[in-house]
Structure formats: structure tokens, C-alpha cells
Design a protein around this ligand. Sequence first.
Ligand SMILES: *Cc1c(COP(=O)(O)O)cnc(C)c1O
Length: 402
Amino acid sequence: MKKLTGQDRETTAKWKPATQAVRGGTARSEWGETSEAIFLTSGYAYDCAADAAARFAGEQEGMTYSRLQNPTVEMLEERISLMEGAEATRCTATGMAAMTAALLCQLEQGDHVVAGRALFGSCRWLTDTLLPKFGIETTTVDARDPDLWKAAIQPNTKAFFFETPANPTMDVVDMQAVCDLARENGIVSIVDNAFATPALQRPMDYGADIVAYSATKMMDGQGRVLAGAVCGTEDFILNTLLPFTRNTGPTLSAFNAWVVLKGLETLSLRIHRQSENALHVGRFLEARVPRILHPGLPSHPQHNLAMSQMSACGPIFSFSLDGGRKQAHGLLDALELVDISNNIGDSRSLMTHPSSTTHSGLSEEARAEMGVDEGMLRINVGLEDPEDLIQDLDGALRAVGL
Ligand SMILES: *Cc1c(COP(=O)(O)O)cnc(C)c1O
């Protein structure tokens, strides 16, 4: 494997985002392949015993075992670092492995975490169930109000954890205000940026310490593989995250890393077109449904903040019907083009009923507090022609009397 001539970090960090997305992190084998190679190998061989010893001692560059390093995975990590503006990145098998590792690698018994209350269902399970089991106290706050973050700080607060926009209520967090507050108080800020991706917003530009991803969503972008990533300073990645991931093993497979590498090449094109389509579909729905939570529409209470942090609104938004679960399920069942699916970030349009799927594991109180009601539907708008989507939605709305 060879790093390409003239592609040291100093040079590639100066490339424009589109160049980084296509070429960042590329290394070539002796065959000079143009597309990145997939190294499906669990181990590596050494020329002599002394080399093996030197590599294990960290005195010689090179790989030892694919739980620890893999050339294809490293290409993806370098590409994500460049796109995110981060010093270093480590990839994981799933987004949840990334969130779990980002939290557990730096927390211990007696610590306290403040988290946004509107989080992906499994992220809420981490803060509500897993962390307390190990003696780590958590407080969840309405993440939209920086004063509530401030009020939740305790002497033992170690981390702030939030997503923006948040799933599925599309709550937007003022990243600069909340990350500044964290820094002033010696607290680490961790942002789950799955919805926006670095193509729309880079939380580190607003002071975030750590950015964590479900790369399953927009980064793959075509609903094929699960993947995750944690980005941070080199010191954090090498000295805090790596000991945790090397020994617990939430490693990304080389094949899945390759799929995400290919996904990143078209990320910006896809997310901007999907955002345009989501605006189109959102404007149509706004006139037909009682409530819509869409960061790209002026009716969203935090529209201005959302659009000042993101270069486009993203493909995902929610809306609510008055007829509860019955009407929401009725609308889903009447769709002919849009799939009933809880995934997001796909180039296909997908719709789900969060309270009976993604957020069904939470208590009724947690859902109510978060603003997930029984009539809420969440849509991921894909790359289809928006006119076809609108026609499908029009038929489904009529089928439930709207
Ligand atoms: C999907 C998702 C996750 C979990 O990612 P997986 O790849 O499914 O494990 C975490 N956070 C957010 C915001 C997500 O949308």
C-alpha cells in the first residue's frame, strides 16, 4: 500500500470538500487500482520474527490484526477525518457501536452525563438504561434551550451528548452555545451528526469535541450496510477511544468500509438533491396535515437556527395527524410507492410511525416528553421524482380522509 504522491494530510486538508469526498484517504497497492481495494483479511504476515515483535511494540509501521487495523478501513477513516475537519477518526461496525464507544471509553462510575431528550431510540436506551447500570448518572434536557443545559451541569458532569436535528421531532440544538458551555465547564461535547453529515454541517466548526456517526444512513446512502464512526482529536482517538475499541472489538468490516467509501463520493450530490425533494414534498404536506416539523420550512420554530447551521435542510422530517395511530397506520398502508421502513438516509423514500417502531422501546412518558405522539409519521425523502412522491402521498392522505 502506498499513500499517493502529494497526498500528505497537509495537502489533502486544503482540498475543497468535493475533492476530499472523492479522493481523500486513497492509498494504492502495487497494482495501481483506481477504485480503492477491499482487503478482506483478518491477519497480516511478517517477513521475520523481529518484524512481528517490532510491530507489536509499535516501533514499526504496519498492521497486525484486522480488529486493530485494516487498509480499507483506514482509507475510510482518513476520508471521514478530512470531510469532518477532524484530526482523527475510528470506524465501527454500526452507529450504535460508535455511540457506545464514544461514551463508555471516557466515562466511569460516579460520572454524570447530560443528554438531549430527543435522541434516537437506542441512544436513549444508552442514557436511560445502560449508563446508570454502571453508576453513571444521566440527566435528559430539552436540548433546544441552552439555559437548560447550563442548569443541568453538576460538579461531576463529564459529557454533553446530543443530535441535531434530532430524531424524530427535528429539535435543533444551538451547537455553538451548547459546545461553548461545555468547554467553559471542562465538559466533553459529543454530537451525533447522522442526520446532517459533514456535507451539511460540521459540528467541530461550532466547537464540538467529538462527532459520532451512524454511517449506515446518509454516508452509505443506499441502504446497503451498517457502519459507524467516531471523530475527535488525535489524542482522544489514540489514547482514549482506541484502547476501548481494540479490546472490545466493535470493528467495521473491510467490505462495509468500502461500500461507505463509495457512498461518500456521492454524499454531497445525494443529500442536496434529497433536501430539495424534501422541501418540495414538505410544502405539499404542510397544506394538508395539521402539524409538520420540517427544518427547511419557516413554520419550524427553529427554522432560522437550523438553516444557519446547515447548508440545506436534509431529507428527513416529521408530521402529525389528529387521528392517532389508526390514521397514521392507515396512511402508511395506503402508500404505493413510498416504502414502510424505519431506515433513513436511503435514496429510496421511506416512511415510519416512530411510536410503534423506532421509539416503541421507550416508556409512554419518555415518548410524550420527547414530543413523539401517536399520530406522528417520519419520512425520509429519496431521490425519486418528487412529483411521483406527492402523487403517492396525495392518494394515501385521501385514503384516510385528508
Ligand atoms: C440510525 C441512528 C443511530 C444508530 O445507527 P446504526 O448504524 O443503526 O447502529 C444513531 N443515531 C442516529 C441519529 C441514527 O439515526
